[in-house]
Design a protein around this ligand. Structure first.
Ligand code: GLA
Length: 384
């Protein structure tokens, strides 16, 4: 937990004395179900104990000012004149403010000091967390009520339209609706969701490759287009609008009609949806070995068929496979760098961390950052 008092002191120093309210929004790790959300499929993320924290005071003017303790920079904008400022971290806040105003909601300005322990551009959803934080601040300060799922959709819209990244809905969803000690099973088509209890016999360990991935500049949008191409071919045989509408039987029947690359993309998505359902059954049955096995299968599919892994991520997963006490591992998030998630028996954590540091050092000449995480609640106000 970051220190609220430090943020308050900074606020007083920059903006003067004010009665401050405190808000938080967590990053996330996805346990299984990768690149399925924008295909209307299934995901199983958890909110983590790496989060954005903000101390905030409402103002009467129509201006938002926020100081980041991480970058030591201030972002500011007038609510009546929102424009994208290239390279400014405040764009995530601008996007959310604009989307809220577009629904007819009247917003007042605020002043904030923000700090975050979610590593940036590392696949743990720092952008979604900042969007959800902003939406939560406006909602609480301005006293309007918005259905959580509508608020989530609005944050996704901000990312899609204002930032220009065609992400799915998983990251915003879990940052808002995470639950302590639970993962969240989400059907990304119906948006029905269920919290699934995580076992005390498994620890979530995240290994950060340190390879930065800029989602907008990556192959993310290209993958989406390839999935759409597969649907356009499958839909000649069976009605459907998203890869979610097709199962492994359908794939077997019509796979040869797809261009080779598109065939492998579709194979990943369709098999991954099936793996999520199997993984949840395994979790519910307390079969952590099987859950871990699904994670490894997911990784192989992302590596070989979806082609979004990288050498660093594969190295982490290989080390996990060789370490006693490790149940499973896979890349998490969009890929192309970022983080891997490892599921470990409590007794296996220490040994894995040691082995991981050694292997990574040998291979890449540096140690990776490793976070042993807990599953946490979604965004909200902290009463102090
Ligand atoms: C990013 C996106 C998500 C999802 C994952 C891949 O995190 O923001 O919507 O598509 O990649 O599963």
């Amino acid at each position: 937990m970051q220190n609220v008092e430090t943020l308050k002191a900074k606020f007083n120093e920059i903006y003067g004395q004010a009665k401050l309210r405190v808000f938080r929004a967590p990053g996330r790790v996805n346990l299984i179900g990768e690149h399925t959300d924008y295909n209307g499929g299934f995901v199983l993320p958890a909110a983590i104990d790496r989060e954005f924290l903000a101390v905030v005071a409402p103002t009467n003017g129509g201006e938002v000012k926020a100081f980041s303790m991480n970058t030591n920079t201030e972002t500011k904008f007038l609510l009546s004149d929102i424009k994208h400022v290239p390279g400014d971290w405040g764009n995530y806040m601008r996007g959310v403010a604009q989307c809220l105003q577009n629904t007819g909601i009247y917003l007042r300005g605020f002043t904030a000091v923000i700090s975050s322990t979610v590593p940036m551009a590392s696949g743990l959803s720092s952008s979604a967390a900042l969007e959800v934080l902003t939406e939560t601040i406006f909602e609480k300060l301005d006293g309007f009520h918005i259905d959580p799922v509508d608020g989530i959709k609005l944050c996704q819209k901000a990312e899609n339209e204002f930032i220009g990244v065609k992400c799915g809905i998983m990251d915003q969803f879990i940052s808002k609706l995470g639950k302590k000690d639970y993962a969240l099973f989400l059907d990304c088509r119906s948006l029905e969701y269920k919290h699934v209890p995580l076992s005390k016999d498994a620890k979530i360990v995240i290994v950060n490759t340190g390879v930065k991935r800029a989602l907008a500049g990556s192959k993310y949008n290209e993958r989406r287009a390839e999935c759409e191409q597969a649907v356009s071919i499958f839909s000649k045989h069976k009605k459907g609008t998203l890869l979610r509408d097709y199962d492994l039987n359908d794939f077997q029947k019509w796979q040869n009609e797809l261009p080779e690359v598109v065939r492998r993309r579709a194979k990943h998505v369709i098999s991954e949806n099936a793996r999520v359902l199997d993984a949840i059954d395994a979790l519910k049955a307390g079969n952590l070995e099987l859950f871990g096995h699904m994670m490894y299968e997911s990784h192989d599919s992302l590596k070989n068929d979806y082609e979004v892994s990288c050498l660093e991520l594969d190295t982490i997963v290989n080390t996990a496979r060789k370490t006693p006490g490790i149940l499973g591992a896979r890349m998490t998030g969009a890929g192309f760098g970022g983080c891997a998630v490892v599921l470990a028996e409590p007794r296996g954590v220490e040994r894995f961390v040691q082995k991981m540091e050694d292997d990574y050092q040998k291979e890449f000449g540096r140690k990776p950052e490793i976070y042993v995480c807990t599953a946490e609640d979604g965004a909200g106000e902290i009463k102090t």
